[in-house]
Write a new protein. Sequence first.
Length: 574
Amino acid sequence: MLNLSSYTKGATLITTEYTGSNFIEDIVVENLKIAKHDGNVHTRFPPEPNGYLHIGHAKSICLNFGIAQKFGGLCNLRFDDTNPTKEDVEYVDSIQEDVHWLGFDWEERKFYASDYFERLYQFAVKLIRDGKAYVDDLTAQEMREYRGTLTEPGKESPFRSRSVVENLQLFERMRSGEFPDGSRVLRAKIDMASPNLNMRDPAIYRIFHATHHRTGDTWCIYPMYDFAHPLSDAMEGITHSICTLEFEDHRPLYDWVIENVNPGVRPQQIEFARLNLTHTVMSKRKLRELVEQGYVDEWDDPRMPTISGLRRRGYTPESIRDFSDRIGVAKSNSMVEIALLEHCLREDLNARAPRVMAVLRPLKIVLVNYPEGEVEWLEADNNPEQPEMGKRSLPFSRELYIEQDDFMEDPPKKFFRLSPGQEVRLKHAYIIKCEEVVKDPQTGAILELHCTYDVETKSGGPNSGRKVKGTLHWVSAEHAIDAEIRLYDHLFLKENPDEVPEGEDFKINLNPNSLETLIACKVEPSLASAEAGSRYQFLRHGYFCLDTKESRDGKLVFNRTVSLRDSWAKAVKS
C-alpha cells in the first residue's frame, strides 16, 4: 500500500496535499488517499493487433506506463485480440518493438484477451443463466432497425423472450460451429429504451469461422470488444482503465458487464482526449488504406505517423516522450500543431546529433590557384553544443562541391552567397572568390566555377579573422561519397485531412509532393562508416537519418528527419 503521508518515487514527493500534473493523476492521488484498490496502482496498455501503432498510441503508452512508474505501480501490455479477421502476428511483434523502443517494459506482464476465451465464454454462460443475455436471430440490418435512434427508443427483438434453457442450448451450438457467420449473436439483456444506444441490448458474442493468430481454429465464436475488454481488465487486477474519449459513452456498458459478471476487481474507467495532430490522420483503418492501396510504401514509410515510421525517419524516443509530456492530458478534444512535435525533436537532436557536410545538388568549383594533387585535413567540431563529442578531420582539395543554390550569376541585392567577383567563406576552411563561370556551349548550363582562395584566411592564419557575409558548406570532390537523400514534407496538405466535401474521402487531401528523392548527392567521407539509424545534422539542411531498410551493400540512403527551421519556437517567442 502506498503511504501518501510521505512517499518518494524518483524525484516526486507525494503528500496528502499533493495534486497530480493532470486530472487523471488527481484521480489516482485521491484513490490512494482513501486506500481504494488497497492502495495499488495498476494500469495497462491494451492495443488491438490490427495495425501498427501511431503517435496517438505513443501518448497512451507514455500515459499508462508513466502513471504506473510515478506511483510505484504496474502496467500490463495486453493485446485485445478478439477479431481474428483483422489481426496478425506481424502487428503483435511491431507493437512490442514500439513499446520497448519508447523506453517502457511490461516485464512478465504480457497478456492476450485470447488467454481468457474460455473464462469469457463461461462469463457469458453466467449471464444467460441469470437471464441477462439471450441468443438473437435478427440480421444485422434488422438489429439496426430495432435499435432506434437518439430521439426514439428501440424495440425488443422477438427472440428476447427465449428461455434460459433454449439460450444455453443455442449458445453451445454456436460454439460447436453449427451456424454460419452472422446468423446469430449473443446479446446482453439490458434496456432497449435506454438513452444510451450502447445499452440497448448490445451484442457480446458473434460467429466468425476464422483462424485466430493464437488459438487457431479452436473457436468459431468470439467475444465483442465491449465484453472482453472490461472483463480482461478485471481479471488482471487493473485499477485504472485509461482510455480515450470515444469510449465515454461505453462506460455504462463497461460497468454493467463487470457488475453483472462480478469477477471480483472493479476497475475505474477514465477517459481522456485522444491526440489529434495537424496534417495527420490518426485512424488505423485509414492508415491501412494508405498502405494497402499503395499511397505509401509500408506501415514504416517515413511519411507515416506510425511509431515505426517515425523511428525510421529518425525520431528519437526521448523527443516523443517529451512531446507527450508537453501536450498534457485533457478532457476535451483539440488539435495539436505538428510543429510542436518537430520542435521537441529539434531540441533533442540539437544536443545529440553530430554535424556533417552534405551537398544535395552539387555544383563543382575548381580553385585554380590551389596546388594540384594537394590535400589538407582541416579540423571541425562534431557538435559545438557538446564539446565532449570531439572533432573530426575534413579533406580539402583543389576541386570541391557546393550547392547549386549557393551560386547566382546575376544575384539580387543582399545575396550573400557566391556570385562572379564575390567572396564567401567555406565552413572550417578558406575565403574564396569566384573568377569565372564555365558553361556548356550548347545549352548554356553552368558546368563549374573557377575560383581562387586566400591562403591566409585559413583558421589560425594571419587573416583568419577577415570577415565576409556568406559562409557555405562544401565537400571535397575527390573524397566525396555518393548518397541518395529523401526530403519529406507533410503527407497531407490540409491541416485537418479528415475534413472533406460530401461524397469525397480523406485521400483527396494527400500531398503529391510529400517525397522528393535526390540521387546525385555528395556527402563528406566520415559518413562512409555511418551505421543504419544514425542521426546527423547536415549543415544548413536539417537533421537526417541513415535509412534502416535501404542502406546496405555500400549504398547510403538518408531520410530528412526534420528541417532546421522551427516555426513553433518562433511562434511561442512572438
